[in-house]
Design a protein around this ligand. Structure first.
Ligand code: PHE
Length: 446
């Protein structure tokens, strides 16, 4: 399809580059911070089974849909819907995606900034010898300090902008190709080390032993919500990345790899975290609420990592990997805004990035200073905008987009076979929209 521009569009240069960037977007704080906790408190192995089902029957179809919309249109989410559905209101989904990008960046980068503080504190050894109560005190003092979290936020968003400003090939692809294997290496070595600790098997049991009595409709819906956030779907991140994928790449194969990596990393994070906790806490005294949210990563985990040999290195490494995971996600979200600014406001990339970073920072500083803003952004983007966006994206491909476009994209104009096409179409027309509608209603009613 004609891109409407005389300049050749930037693109990912290799298949590995596409996968590194898209997996980089998916793998983030959602996997390492949120997934292990959700799995732990919602039935362990049973939650995992349901999560995997959600990923396969909803997550994968939504991801393929985003990729194919982006690649066929070669545009930002707003421009893509305008082009594929001229004169129809579908472009509102694209605008909602840009809005969601602002909101996600404004709270997610705050947490990403905390990881920088904790790299520094771990490295300096200041977490050493502190019990969980002192660590909680320290975390609260830091979080409600007026300037340090703002400073780290600013550093993180500038770092994100610095990668994005260089473009797709020379920025995003270049860095994610290095950072993602690094992340994998750090996480695997951490998981292996942690598994050698005495008592580690209790953690594995807690994580993997299926407890189906904990599975309620609410837990199923939580698994679905986790799938959305973790895969970066529902707001056009992958429409944007899809628009930079070359015509020769196989879209469904790429989506399958990304989903596979994302799930693998989430499980690996659980393997690295729970045995560490159980190795040093007796199961009888174990308080599940200590696993909740920031408590897990910024309070409980350092206290445990520091009490084993090599704790300082382990803790520093853990926060570095968390920062890396967050960075490859924030760049994907910023890219949504930048591509939109470049194509719709006709700004040059440099200016678009600076304007985007500047405007996100205004909202970001508000979310650092006011916990209410932070929670509002977190709740609204993840529980409302993403499911709503995902719902309309599958409806669009399932019921509106011409079958020929879908078929051309998934078979690369008839050059590769797409045996699963009928299954995919069935999922996007019926299964996925219905399931997402349930998640969405759940999000609103609770
Ligand atoms: N998937 C990312 C994570 O798990 C978060 C994210 C959501 C990124 C939406 C982009 C879009 O941390």
């Amino acid at each position: 399809m004609n891109t409407g521009s005389s300049l050749p569009r930037d693109s990912f240069s290799t298949k590995f580059g596409v996968i590194a960037a898209a997996a980089g977007s998916a793998i983030g704080l959602g996997n390492i911070w949120r997934f292990p906790y959700e799995t732990g408190v919602n039935g362990g192995g049973a939650f995992l089974v349901i999560y995997l089902l959600c990923i396969l029957i909803i997550g994968l179809p939504v991801m393929i849909s985003e990729f194919l919309i982006g690649r066929s249109a070669q545009r930002n989410p707003y421009g893509a819907f305008k082009l594929l559905a001229p004169g129809k209101p579908w472009y509102l989904i694209g605008l909602m995606g840009v809005l969601a990008a602002f909101m996600i960046l404004a709270f997610y980068t705050v947490v990403a900034g905390w990881t920088l503080e904790y790299i520094y504190q771990s490295f300096m050894g200041s977490l050493k010898g502190k019990d969980p109560v002192q660590l909680k005190q320290m975390f609260d003092n830091f979080r409600y300090d007026s300037y340090r979290p703002v400073l780290w936020f600013a550093i993180f968003i500038i770092l994100t902008g610095w990668v994005v400003i260089a473009g797709i090939k020379n920025g995003i692809e270049k860095y994610t190709k290095i950072l993602m294997p690094l992340l994998l290496l750090m996480l695997i070595s951490m998981a292996v080390y942690v598994l050698t600790l005495p008592g580690a098997s209790a953690g594995l049991e807690f994580l993997f032993k299926p407890d189906f009595s904990k599975i309620t409709p609410e837990v199923i819906l939580k698994a679905l919500g986790q799938a959305f956030f973790s895969l970066s779907i529902g707001m056009g991140t992958l429409i944007t990345y899809g628009s930079y994928i070359k015509k020769k790449e196989n879209l469904s194969g790429t989506a399958l790899s990304v989903v596979g990596f994302d799930t693998f990393i989430a499980v690996l994070a659980g393997i690295a975290i729970f045995p560490a906790i159980f190795a040093l806490t007796s199961v009888e005294n174990f308080d599940v609420t200590r696993l909740a949210d920031e408590g897990l990563v910024f309070i409980t985990l350092p206290s445990i990592l520091y009490s084993v040999p090599g704790g300082q290195i382990l803790s520093t490494m853990f926060f570095i990997l968390l920062a890396v995971a967050a960075l490859t996600s924030t760049i994907s979200v910023l890219e949504v805004i930048v591509t939109y600014f470049v194509e719709e406001l006709k700004l040059v990339r440099r200016k678009a990035t600076i304007v985007a970073v500047g405007s996100v920072s205004v909202l970001g500083v508000l979310s650092v200073l006011f916990t209410g803003v932070f929670s509002f952004l977190n709740f609204t983007s993840a529980n409302i905008l993403l499911p709503l966006g995902g719902f309309f994206i599958v409806l669009f491909v399932g019921w509106f987009l011409s079958r020929k476009v879908t078929q051309d994209e998934l078979t690369n104009n008839g050059t590769v076979r797409a045996r699963m096409l009928p299954v995919y179409l069935f999922l996007v027309r019926f299964i996925a929209p219905i399931a997402i509608a349930i998640v969405f209603l759940y999000g609103l009613l609770n």
